[in-house]
Design a protein around this ligand. Sequence first.
Ligand SMILES: Cc1cc2nc3c(=O)[nH]c(=O)nc-3n(C[C@H](O)[C@H](O)[C@H](O)COP(=O)(O)OP(=O)(O)OC[C@H]3O[C@@H](n4cnc5c(N)ncnc54)[C@H](O)[C@@H]3O)c2cc1C
Length: 337
Amino acid sequence: MEISENISLQALHSFGCNEKASYFTKIDSVEAIEKSIQWAKEKNTPYLILGSGSNILFTKPFEGLVLKMEIMGIKKLKETASEVFLEVGAGENWHYFVIYCVQKGWGGIENLSLIPGTVGAAPIQNIGAYGVEAKDCIELVTAYDTQTSQFITLNNADCKFGYRTSLFKMEKTRYIISSVQFILQKQPIFRTEYGAIKEVLHQKNNKQPSVEAIANAVIQIRTEKLPDPKKIGNAGSFFKNPTITKDFYEVLIAKYPKLIAYPITDDIYKIAAGWLIEACGWKGIQKGNVGCYEKQSLVIVHYNNGPGIEIYNFSEEIIQSVLKQFDILLEREVIIY
Ligand SMILES: Cc1cc2nc3c(=O)[nH]c(=O)nc-3n(C[C@H](O)[C@H](O)[C@H](O)COP(=O)(O)OP(=O)(O)OC[C@H]3O[C@@H](n4cnc5c(N)ncnc54)[C@H](O)[C@@H]3O)c2cc1C
C-alpha cells in the first residue's frame, strides 16, 4: 500500500477545483481496501472513496485519506438462454462496461450510455437516465463494511435503491463497493419512450431498435445536450427533481400552466427541477467562474479554476431563489465535501 501526501484533486474530479487531499492511495484489490481503512482508523483520519469524481464537489481541502477505486475486471459468471450474469470490478469505467455489453448485444443498460463514472459508483446514487436505472440490472453488490470490518454481499432489495439514492448514499462512507453483479438480457425489452430516443431512431431510419441503435441514440442526445467535463467543469445534474403532494401540484399548475411535472403515485408528483430553475431566470447566467448551463438549467458549470466554494455558493443562491418563488426546497444530487 502506497500512501502519497498533499495530492492535488484537480484532475481527479470533473469540476476540476484545485483542492488538495492530505493523503492519497490507489485501491486495486480487495486487500488494499482493508489495509487502507485500517491505516486510516489507526491514524484516526477521515477517508473517502473516489471513483472518477464526476459527482463530487470539493469545497475545501480534504484533511484525510482519499482512496481512488481502481479494482478492474469484467467476468462472466453464468449464461442462460435468456440472461447473462456478469461480475464487474468497482473501478471499471461505466461507459466502457455499457459498450462492452452493447457490442455483445446484451441489453438492459444501453439507455445509461455515456454516464461518466465508475461501475462501483453506479449503485451509490442508482444512476439513471432515459427511463432506466442501474437498479434494474443489479443483482448483487459486494462491499466492505467499515463498521464491522467485513466484506458483505447485498442483494437488490438490501441496497434500498430509490431515485438517485441507495443504502450506500444514505450511510455515506460506511460501505466501500468492490464489485457489482449485473443481469443482462439477451432478448431485451427496449425503452425508447423517454427523451428524444424515438425521434433520433426515426431520423436514422432505425425501424427495428437494437441495443446498439439505442446506445448510439443516447450518446448523440447526451453529446448535444450536456457539457463535456473534459472541456468544461461540471457534474451533470446538480439538483434532484423534487417531489410534492398532489394538492400542492394543483396549486402550482393553476398558477404556472407550463410547469413540467408528472405523477409518480396517486398523491405524489415529481417536478422538473430544471424548469423551476429556468423559471427563476437562471438559465445561462454566469457569476464569476460559475454558471448555469445555457442548454440545461440543472447543470452548474465551472468555467475557470475558481474555488469549489464558489460553486457551492452559486448552488445555494439557486436553492434560495427556487424556495422563494415556488416554496420548494431543492436538494443537491452532487456529493459535497
Ligand atoms: C456530464 C455528466 C453527466 C451525468 N449524467 C448523469 C446521469 O444521466 N444520470 C446519473 O445518475 N448521474 C449522472 N452524472 C453523475 C455521475 O456520472 C454519476 O453519479 C456517477 O455514478 C459517478 O461516478 P464516479 O465514479 O465519478 O463517482 P464519484 O464522483 O467519484 O463518487 C460519487 C460518490 O460515490 C462514492 N463512491 C464512489 N465509488 C465508490 C465505491 N466503489 N464504494 C463506495 N463509495 C463510492 C463517493 O465517495 C461519492 O460519495 C453525470 C455526471 C456528469 C459529469
